[in-house]
Structures are given as structure tokens and as C-alpha cells.
Design a protein around this ligand. Structure first.
Ligand SMILES: Cc1cc2nc3c(=O)[nH]c(=O)nc-3n(C[C@H](O)[C@H](O)[C@H](O)COP(=O)(O)OP(=O)(O)OC[C@H]3O[C@@H](n4cnc5c(N)ncnc54)[C@H](O)[C@@H]3O)c2cc1C
Length: 325
């Protein structure tokens, strides 16, 4: 008799790192992802002749296990170091930011990292899980596109905390509460494209003033296409807004005005992207959660301090809990 797989909901870095570790240990898994490709918030958008990392910008590595993993990614060439001319804007002036911290990006785009981790995994894309149900020993998943899937022997939820809380409320109230205790803030990402080099004397800047928090010349990252593509981030606490075209235009105008304050001319084209759940700065660091009796667990960056490193570590931790029984 074949062993039923564990369902991993979400093909972001947390879900994929959990899946990779379980597969290494011989545990069958199936990753279920609502989008058309893996990677989650470590994503890249694009169009005719251009691309831009519009979620995670780069990552750092401090934990020894993650440092070792990044070494392997560097060896295979999926990741490279990025050494931008880095600055900080304090509201009046740009200051060079001197830092010897290593910053890594996937190449030739951030979304390559998700694809790399997903290689060889059983991955069901374009499938949004709408409900979970527990039936004696099995977990049953309802999906928007394919109805109820074949039963699973366990389930791992790696979606952002507010979505995890809603998904778990009727089947795992304690885990749902853990997720409910981790508020997440949204973020606008504006991709500004220029026909000619706007000639700014920095490649990336932390912006400690006004609407923006971060700007970066995407084309300064390794192996990106030629061009003059910039990414602007504007974090939002509470409701993101942007429900109407007028409001979207207002948000874009304010972001571009703030970019102008850094010396940038108006772009020739721009695209605005909404990250409804981007960061969880106030979430307690728990690592991962596994209910061994019910065989249901939680992982995600928001359980491990945020960021790509936290997501990868959280997924790994959950896999170790599952393997421990
Ligand atoms: C604007 C922005 C800037 C950032 N900058 C940085 C940075 O510079 N450095 C850094 O290290 N980190 C950064 N981060 C954070 C980093 O992107 C995240 O920490 C990390 O990618 C989270 O991975 P995850 O797997 O926990 O979650 P996610 O990437 O959110 O993965 C969850 C997955 O679940 C899927 N999903 C959701 N609901 C369902 C459902 N119902 N059914 C099926 N699938 C579902 C989603 O599509 C997604 O793929 C940034 C994030 C954002 C948004």
C-alpha cells in the first residue's frame, strides 16, 4: 500500500524548504500553490523585455545551517552576491552606507530560488486551498480549481499568518490562534522604467523618511537584463487601500514624488504591485509548530523573524519536528 503524502500548502521558501527536507528523509510530500509558479514573496514580475524583483530584494545569512545552504546555492550558481552602491536617505541628504554584510540574490532573477528548491518536488501549481477537513486519519483539502484532492496523511500550512489563521480556524484552533497573534503589514511595490539612465549615484537606498522605505536599481543585480529598471517599496501599516484606479494613481504619484526627492526624474513607464501581507515585524519568534497527534503544522517567515532566512529556517524546523514523530 502506498503511503499518503503530506500536503504542504504554499510554495514559498518556507514550504519548499520543509518539502525538500522531508523528501530527503524519504517522506512523500505534495506542495500545493495557488500561483502559477513557486517562490511566493521571493518573486519577480516582468513584461516585454524587462523584469524586476518586486518582493524580497536580497537576503543575508547568519544561522550556520542557512549559511551552509547559501554556500551550496552559490556553488550551483543559483545565487550570487550583490554589491550595490548602497546609501541611506535621512530626509535631507543621501549618505553612503558602508557595510561589509554579504547580500545575496538569486540569478538571473529572485524567483529562480523558488524554482531551484521546487525542482524534483511534486508541486501542484494554480491550486488555491479553500478549506481543510480532518477525517479520522486523513486530511482532506478543498481547492478552488480541482474540488477535493486525494487524502493526505498530514498537512503543513505555510501561507502568511492572517491567511493561515482563517484556514485553520475550524480545524486547529490553537494553531489558528498562533497565526492570529502575528499581524502582518502590507507594502506597495512600484516598478519604474526609464528609457535613459536616470544617473543616480547609488544603486540602492534605505529611505528613512516619507512614503518610501527602499529603492533599488534592479538592473544593478547580477545577470539582469540591460535597462534602467528601479524598484520602490512603500510599506503600509493597516489597510493598504488602493481599491480604485484613482486611489492607485494617488499612491503611485506619492511614491514617484518621493523618488523625485532622491533625485530621480519621472519614469517613462511604471507598474504598481500590492503585497497585502509583506512583513510581520511584531510577531513572536516561535520557529515552527507541529501538532503530532493531529498531524498538522505551521511554518513561515513570520514564525522566525521574517525574511528569506527566517522562512527557510522555519520550514526546516517544521520538517525536523515531523521527522521526530
Ligand atoms: C515587499 C517585500 C520586500 C521584502 N524584502 C525582503 C528582503 O529584502 N530580504 C528578505 O530576506 N526578505 C524580504 N522580504 C520577505 C521575504 O520575501 C519573505 O520572508 C519570504 O519570501 C517568505 O516566505 P514564506 O514561504 O514564509 O511565505 P510566502 O513567500 O508568502 O509563501 C506562501 C505561499 O503560499 C501561497 N498561498 C497563499 N494562500 C494559498 C492558498 N490558499 N492555497 C495555496 N497556496 C497559497 C502563496 O501564493 C505563496 O506562494 C520581503 C517581502 C516583501 C513582500
Amino acid at each position: 500500500m502506498s503511503v499518503r503524502p503530506i500536503a504542504i500548502i504554499g510554495a514559498g521558501i518556507a514550504g519548499l524548504s520543509c518539502a525538500v527536507r522531508l523528501r530527503e528523509a524519504g517522506v512523500p510530500v505534495e506542495v500545493i500553490e495557488k500561483s502559477r509558479s513557486p517562490g511566493g514573496r521571493a518573486g519577480t514580475c516582468g513584461g516585454d523585455g524587462w523584469q524586476c524583483d518586486h518582493g524580497a530584494q536580497y537576503f543575508t545569512a547568519r544561522d550556520p545551517d542557512f549559511v551552509a545552504e547559501v554556500e551550496r546555492w552559490l556553488e550551483t550558481g543559483v545565487v550570487a552576491t550583490w554589491t550595490p552602491r548602497l546609501a541611506v536617505f535621512d530626509g535631507t541628504r543621501m549618505h553612503p552606507r558602508i557595510s561589509d554584510e554579504k547580500r545575496f540574490v538569486a540569478r538571473p532573477r529572485m524567483s529562480t530560488l523558488g524554482r531551484h528548491l521546487a525542482a524534483g518536488l511534486s508541486l501542484r501549481e494554480n491550486t488555491r486551498v479553500t478549506a481543510l477537513a480532518h477525517d479520522v486519519e486523513d486530511w482532506l483539502l478543498d481547492t478552488e480549481e480541482h474540488g477535493r484532492l486525494e487524502p493526505y496523511s498530514g498537512v503543513v500550512v505555510t501561507v502568511p499568518a492572517p491567511q493561515a489563521s482563517a484556514m485553520l480556524a475550524s480545524v486547529a484552533s490553537e494553531l489558528a490562534q498562533v497565526a492570529a497573534d502575528a499581524p502582518m503589514h502590507g507594502c506597495w511595490a512600484l516598478i519604474a522604467r526609464f528609457d535613459n539612465d536616470p544617473r543616480l549615484d547609488f544603486d540602492a537606498a534605505f529611505v528613512n523618511h516619507g512614503a518610501l522605505s527602499w529603492v533599488a536599481r534592479d538592473s544593478s543585480k547580477p545577470d539582469r537584463p540591460d535597462g534602467h529598471t528601479w524598484l520602490l517599496h512603500a510599506p503600509v501599516e493597516g489597510d493598504l487601500g488602493g481599491e480604485s484606479e484613482v486611489e492607485l494613481a494617488r499612491i503611485a504619484t506619492s511614491m514617484l514624488r518621493a523618488f523625485g526627492d532622491l533625485g530621480a526624474p519621472p519614469p517613462d513607464d511604471w507598474v504598481l504591485h500590492r503585497w497585502r501581507f509583506a512583513h510581520s515585524p511584531d510577531a513572536p519568534v516561535i520557529g515552527a509548530q507541529w501538532d503530532a497527534d493531529a498531524r498538522i503544522g505551521l511554518a513561515g517567515d513570520w514564525l522566525m523573524g521574517g525574511r528569506i532566512e527566517g522562512a527557510w529556517l522555519s520550514g526546516r524546523k517544521l520538517a525536523e519536528h515531523i521527522l521526530a514523530g
